[in-house]
Design a binder for this molecule. Structure first.
Ligand code: ZN
Length: 87
């Protein structure tokens, strides 16, 4: 089972201020997209995507490792957006 970045690590939504954001994974047959989504206002963070066919995973565990890293990147981007909130 893949355990993505702790949801508690996500800062409140920079748009609505609610702590209702989650890291989501959209998976297709040849690619996955990971991003932070706010369930309160629908805001979406930067999409961290990977296309499997362009990469070569010797074992499935590498995909899991990649997904954890991508989840972390998506969360990090979301939290940085919070800090750079526009006036
Ligand atoms: Zn929001």
């Amino acid at each position: 089972m893949i355990e993505p970045t702790s949801e508690a690590a996500l800062k409140p939504c920079p748009f609505c201020g609610e702590s209702n954001a989650r890291v989501l994974v959209e998976a297709a047959t040849d690619r996955i997209d990971i991003f932070v989504h706010c369930y309160s206002c629908g805001a979406r963070g930067e999409t961290i995507g990977a296309t499997f066919k362009d990469r070569h995973y010797p074992e499935a565990i590498d995909i899991a490792t990649e997904m954890v890293a991508m989840s972390g990147a998506a969360a990090e981007s979301w939290n940085m957006r919070q800090g750079g909130k526009e006036q």
